[in-house]
Design a protein around this ligand. Structure first.
Ligand code: SAH
Length: 391
């Protein structure tokens, strides 16, 4: 069957590379176009999406409001395929981590963080990461490839499925943060399309403010995100001067602090009532003095900003230590005294290596394979009740 050329903004090109299009690679417009190509009404995309995302159907058989003829066409032209869960860990604190198998033998990690008033899903955007931040475990494995839209939204699909079937934790996903493995703005089109699905009422229907993208600071892509998406923005700042940030985050050599903060100020004009979150990892003796806190407050002056202090999460071979709690508290109080909203991010899931910066998955890139194999942390797939593996 010959499909018409899809618009790059609505359908991942990889989606038509094979014989069958993965429905999870399509946003609503893209699916409508596909239906048009099949000689059907584009509006039927809303029906199909509700079955796929609300009812979690991965086959057309049970889609009772879709006629038999269309079902047959869809079966031959498409598939509905999310990544497979290969490992399922439950932390002592309730955080849950899934290792998911994506195409070409790679694995990525997805984390669910339940809190009394919300459930946050932390989603990966790439296999590995090319940012090479010195304090991040994902960086140690190098970069393999971008995830497809289906592999990104499929993480939400699988997590929702797993949470539904868990007898003791039927919490819902109320927030999504693009803070898993990878730099989301380096996989712009697929990430934006997946976030559009997160916000589409026919899929997950999350409000714009409940979808957050975290970036190491790809300045031109922050501007594109402002124009094309408008989700909540989090920026990994971690240093207050270019000399230190160049060392911690090599991307700073391309987009230094002043340019990054200028892009953040432009982003803030989208909605002056919505703050930009600045993440700041607390590294003992490196960036955690009261003088650093004062410098940070100066940098953020006049911007609707809040600061998330992240106690450094250690991993094998990391050359940093976590700042002691009193140092983190003092840093926070300096910022607060200067009028900034500042919280310390509670470390969640570190007993199962699910905390910030601890996600490694499995990267099958030639350059990184030996490193990935040097950290064998996979254990067999847990049975239906992951408590068996808790803590
Ligand atoms: N590439 C995106 C998403 C990364 S992960 C970004 O850079 O924002 C989300 C956050 O965890 C980032 O702020 C990242 O800098 C931080 N992080 C990475 N490694 C960490 C570690 N070992 N301990 C604590 N936070 C870490």
């Amino acid at each position: 069957m010959q499909l018409a050329e899809p618009s790059p903004s609505s359908l991942h090109p990889a989606a038509i590379a094979g014989a069958r299009v993965n429905v999870l690679d399509c946003d609503r417009v893209g699916l409508g176009r596909l239906l048009g190509d099949l000689g059907e009404k584009p509006w039927r995309s809303t029906q199909i999406m509700r079955w796929v995302y609300h009812e979690r159907h991965a086959a057309y058989g049970g889609m009772t409001n879709i006629g038999k003829v269309l079902r047959g066409k869809l079966e031959s032209a498409t598939e509905i395929r999310a990544p497979e869960v290969v490992l399922d860990h439950l932390s002592a604190d309730g955080t849950r981590k899934w290792v998911m198998q994506v195409d070409a033998g790679n694995r990525v990690e997805t984390v669910f963080i339940p809190e009394p008033d919300r459930g946050t899903l932390c989603v990966s955007s790439q296999v590995g990461c090319a940012m090479a931040c010195g304090f991040c475990a994902t960086a140690t494995q190098g970069f393999s490839r971008n995830l497809s839209t289906a592999e990104i939204i499929g993480q939400v699909w699988r997590a929702a499925e797993a949470l539904e079937h868990h007898p003791h934790d039927n919490r819902r996903i109320t927030n999504v943060v693009m803070m898993g493995m990878g730099e989301p703005l380096m996989n712009f089109d697929n990430v934006v399309r997946a976030m559009d699905l997160m916000m589409d009422d026919c899929a997950y229907g999350l409000a714009r403010k409940r979808v957050t993208l975290s970036t190491a600071g790809i300045v031109p892509a922050i501007d594109r995100l402002r124009e094309l998406s408008g989700v909540s923005l989090a920026v990994s700042l971690h240093a207050t001067d270019d000399t230190l940030r160049d060392r911690l985050m090599p991307i700073n050599r391309t987009y230094p602090i002043a340019e990054l903060l200028a892009a953040c100020r432009r982003y803030a004009t989208l909605d002056p009532h919505r703050s930009i979150t600045f993440e700041y990892v607390m590294l003992d003796g490196v960036n955690d003095s009261p003088a650093h806190a004062r410098a940070l407050a100066r940098l953020l002056r006049g911007m609707p900003a809040k600061v998330n202090l992240i106690p450094f999460n250690p991993f094998a071979g990391a050359g940093f230590r976590r700042s002691p709690p009193p140092v983190i508290d003092a840093f926070r109080e300096v910022l607060r005294a200067l009028g900034l909203i500042c919280i310390t991010r509670r470390t969640r899931g570190d007993d199962i290596d699910a905390a910030c910066g601890q996600l490694v998955g499995k990267v099958m890139a030639r350059a990184a394979r030996h490193r990935a194999e040097a950290v064998p942390r996979d254990v067999p797939l847990s049975p239906a009740f992951p408590e068996a593996h808790a803590g």
